[in-house]
Design a protein around this ligand. Structure first.
Ligand code: NAP
Length: 298
């Protein structure tokens, strides 16, 4: 007899909405108390449609909570010096509390040079090596934590999932998701394993996990047999797969085979509607914290 789905759905869309309402209330409080409005500057280089969509969504999200957004859109053939000049100006501008350079940058630019130029006090993406270094060190605190992994942990917190003492497996080790997610889980006292493309027995390792965070970019890679009964699963993957029945000709799926996971896991995030909406909510949260820190506002 087939097992019926029993997993709880972790509703990232609803949690993100609630967080945005909380941020909106705090932004008003900050403005009323000391007349400060948080500001986020976004630098976009080139004409990638996906990047333009992300930037537009960030702008709309800022407006919805009362954060001012500043946008710079440079052509694909802009020079690195131009980008660095904008970063320098935003670093010095007291009305800007967060600076975000939309990735990927055109291939003639050095991503490391550009990301390093953002002052760590405004590094709301949390990608500056000093912020990542502090995240990795015991007894140190980063000023900002990268938004997507922070959103994953926030979902676990808001759903009352205990992390301390649990076995966690992070699948993927990218600088922007997998690696900081593993560091965050470790800071919360989980015992963490990282599975990557060279891992010999990913299924066996993943099956030991009480908590799985997957950030790979391979549709439906994690099957039901990879999952320990009762595990909690956070699926970061966003993968387009062909779907003739969809008007767009494709639909988005995660790294986790959702239907199978629902029969084994205790809780799982859907794609879309899981981690995705949390990323922008965490960006707004980081921008608000930055403004509060800059003005010593509790
Ligand atoms: P990435 O930079 O391409 O990293 C992918 C990671 O997965 C790498 O560490 C790679 O290992 C590992 N990997 C690849 N194939 C694997 C396999 N067969 N088995 C085990 N590990 C494997 O990707 P990313 O930027 O971290 O993004 C990952 C996914 O998350 C993508 O689908 C992306 O669209 C999505 N994403 C979503 C959000 C959101 O807001 N929800 C934000 C960012 C990214 P190696 O290190 O060995 O190469």
């Amino acid at each position: 007899m087939a097992t019926e789905p029993s997993a709880k759905v972790i509703d990232g869309k609803a949690v993100a909405k609630q967080i945005r309402e909380e941020i909106s209330a705090e932004v008003s409080k900050l403005k009323d108390a000391i007349g400060v409005v948080p500001g986020l500057a976004v630098i976009l280089v080139g004409d990638r449609k996906d990047s333009a969509t992300y930037v537009r969504n960030k702008k709309i999200a800022c407006e919805s909570v009362g954060i001012t957004s500043f946008e710079v859109h440079l052509p694909e053939d802009a020079s690195e010096q131009e980008v660095l000049k904008y970063i320098s100006d935003f670093n010095d501008d007291p009305s800007v509390h967060g600076i975000l350079v939309q990735l990927p940058l055109p291939s003639h630019m050095n991503e490391q040079t550009i990301l390093n130029a953002v002052t760590i006090e405004k590094d709301v993406d949390g990608f500056h090596p000093l912020n990542i270094g502090r995240l990795a060190m015991r007894g140190r605190d980063p000023l900002f934590v990268p938004c997507t992994p922070k959103g994953c942990i926030e979902l676990l917190h808001r759903y009352g999932v205990e992390i301390k003492g649990k076995r966690a497996v992070v699948i993927g080790r990218s600088n922007i998701v997998g690696m900081p997610a593993a560091l965050l889980l470790q800071r919360e006292d989980a015992t963490v394993s990282i599975v990557h493309s060279r891992t010999k027995n990913p299924e066996e390792i993943t099956r030991q996990a009480d908590i799985i965070i997957s950030a790979v970019g391979q549709p439906n890679m994690v099957r039901g047999s990879w999952i320990k009964p009762g595990a909690v699963i956070i699926d970061v993957g966003i993968n387009p797969v062909e779907d003739a029945s969809s008007p767009r000709g494709y639909r988005l799926v995660g790294d986790i085979c959702y239907e199978e996971a629902c029969k084994v896991a205790a809780a799982v995030t859907p794609v879309p509607g899981g981690v995705g909406p949390m990323t922008i909510a965490m960006l707004l949260s980081n921008t608000l914290s930055s403004a509060k820190r800059a003005h010593n506002f509790q």
